[in-house]
Design a protein around this ligand. Structure first.
Ligand code: GSH
Length: 320
């Protein structure tokens, strides 16, 4: 059972700490994106590896992405501002992850959107040998030029300040509030949904074991034992988070998010902000599961989700 619970990667919905808010203006975002695009095309096009990794259909391991950001786009920045100082560019970014982990996908949505090149190490959830070197026993772990960063929201907070020191920060703004909602509410709705019934639990574990780092035998055992275990665990999680009807809670969360957009393309207005990236990131692993399909069919979230897919792009990565 200990081993099985180690496989239940999606069920670990631990709220993250928050710090970086951001009422980043559309202008600010445009500047960031412009710099990213120019930097990425000039430095890193050669590293681009194509790869469609839409949730279930994705190939087993990581892909990476190419690009690079880094510059200081302070509020006074002009579009023709010089590119970021070379010293701000991360040279080596490695993400230790589970492919189906919502927190890891949140970090990846950020890296992909900002075209930060990264390598991915798929961690075996049973023995975790790939992260034996670290005292932190969860994923994601991001190594940025040798510095270990942990906890998805903290990672994003640190990265955004590093690549874009002018990014507005405040604990009290709309962006911060919705990032908190992702970690404190949305993630808790996911597990009860993807393990709702025996068939959905099996579908989820088929995805997890197909895309995760398992040995042949682990994969066989985990698919069925994991699905069975998580079916029961999800009922406990439901209770713990006071969820009575898990699908209703998922639809409600999706509608709540659409309401938060107030008719805007993104929460960040004409460009996604960190809250858009967080919601998109945690939903991406479930999008092609039955729960994600139901969510898109039964709520108004589909339009925004498709825009996010376009804005973030298809993740591709370099396997470390
Ligand atoms: N607050 C953390 C939560 C991370 C987390 O709970 N990750 C899960 C995977 S989704 C994990 O590593 N659980 C421990 C395990 O699998 O043994 C974050 O936002 O990064």
């Amino acid at each position: 059972m200990r081993r099985v619970s180690g496989l239940a990667t999606i069920s670990r919905a631990v709220p993250g700490a928050f710090a970086t808010p951001a009422a980043a203006s559309a202008t600010h975002h445009r500047l960031v994106q412009a710099a990213v695009t120019s930097a990425s095309s000039s430095h890193l096009f050669s590293q681009m590896i194509g790869g469609d990794r839409s949730a279930v259909a994705a190939p087993p391991a990581p892909y990476g992405f190419a690009g690079t950001v880094f510059f200081s786009a302070a509020s006074s920045s002009l579009p023709q501002e010089a590119p970021p100082a070379e010293k701000l560019l991360p040279k080596d970014v490695v993400l230790y992850q589970y492919e189906a982990c919502p927190f890891c996908n949140k970090v990846k949505a950020f890296l992909d959107y900002y075209n930060i090149p990264y390598k991915v190490v798929e961690v075996n959830p049973i023995n975790k040998k790939e992260i034996k070197w670290s005292d932190y026993k969860k994923v994601p772990i991001l190594n940025v030029d040798g510095e270990q960063m942990v906890d998805s929201s903290d990672i994003i907070n640190k990265l955004v300040q590093r690549i874009d020191p002018g990014y507005p920060t405040s604990d009290a703004d709309e962006e911060s509030k919705w990032r908190g909602w992702v970690d404190n509410h949305l993630v808790h709705v996911l597990s009860p949904n993807i393990y709702r019934s025996p068939s959905e639990a099996l579908e989820s574990f088929d995805y997890i074991t197909t895309h995760g780092n398992f040995s042949f035998m682990e994969r066989l055992v985990a698919k069925y034992a994991g699905a069975a275990a998580m079916y029961f665990v999800s009922k406990k999680l439901k209770k713990k988070h006071s969820i009575t009807d898990e699908r209703a809670a998922l639809y409600d969360a999706a509608e709540t998010w659409v309401d938060a957009l107030k008719g805007r393309e993104y929460l960040g207005d004409s460009k996604p902000n960190l809250a858009d990236l967080a919601v998109f990131g945690v939903l991406r692993p479930i999008r092609n599961l039955k729960s994600g399909q139901d969510m898109v069919e039964q709520t108004r979230i589909g339009g925004w989700y498709s825009r996010m897919e376009g804005a973030v792009g298809k993740p591709s990565a370099i396997k470390a």
